[in-house]
Design a protein around this ligand. Structure first.
Ligand code: ZN
Length: 195
């Protein structure tokens, strides 16, 4: 379990920012983990701003919502750059579904962290073909802290790190839920998948 290095207004004389990344497949609890960390920052009376790509409108436009219904209000954004304008004076910036943002998010995360902010990004690390999902690999490289969370394979019950697409669609981005994807382990993923 991830433990914060420092929380609270008094932590450290000068504010030193950093980048945290939470990655994993679908149904691995990325958003739950993001919300857990943001809630703890709120308890520590830190000012928190939350963003997610406007593209992801599966549930409510203004909430970061996880599959188990815990929610925090968030601001939908079109471009990564928008975060720089909207983050203002906050202490913690949370960003969900980062794989749907443009490549500019890497520079944005670095700038926010250099301003002394704690930046927490959550997103899919692999696409439905089991390949790195840009811009996540770049963010994993520049982050101080990386957490990979795992789902449970819906075929065999082992730990799962792949998002298996159940329909024939070939586009990279197919928003969907339990009807279009299932979490699978390496063996079950590649058994059902012809690249
Ligand atoms: Zn399996």
């Amino acid at each position: 379990m991830f433990i914060e290095t420092s929380l609270g207004k008094g932590a450290g004389k000068e504010k030193k920012g950093h980048i945290e990344v939470i990655c994993g497949s679908m149904f691995s609890g990325k958003t739950e983990e993001l919300i857990r960390r943001l809630n703890r920052a709120l308890i520590a009376r830190q000012q928190v701003e939350i963003f997610k790509p406007a593209l992801d409108t599966r549930y409510h436009a203004y909430d970061v919502v996880s599959h188990n219904e815990t929610a925090i209000r968030s601001t939908p954004i079109q471009f990564a750059q928008d975060i720089l304008l909207l983050a203002g004076n906050c202490d913690v910036v949370g960003i969900d579904e980062v794989q749907f943002l443009d490549a500019g998010i890497v520079e944005v995360a670095i700038r926010l962290a250099n301003q002394g902010k704690r930046v927490i990004l959550a997103g899919l690390d692999m696409d439905f073909e089991g390949r790195p999902f840009e811009p996540m690999p770049q963010l994993l490289a520049v982050a101080e802290y990386v957490t990979k969370v795992h789902a449970i394979c819906m075929k065999c019950g082992d730990l799962a790190s792949y998002s298996y697409r159940l329909n024939e669609a070939k586009e990279k981005v197919v928003l969907g839920e339990k009807d279009s994807y299932e979490a699978r382990c390496r063996k079950c993923f590649y058994e059902g998948f012809t690249p």
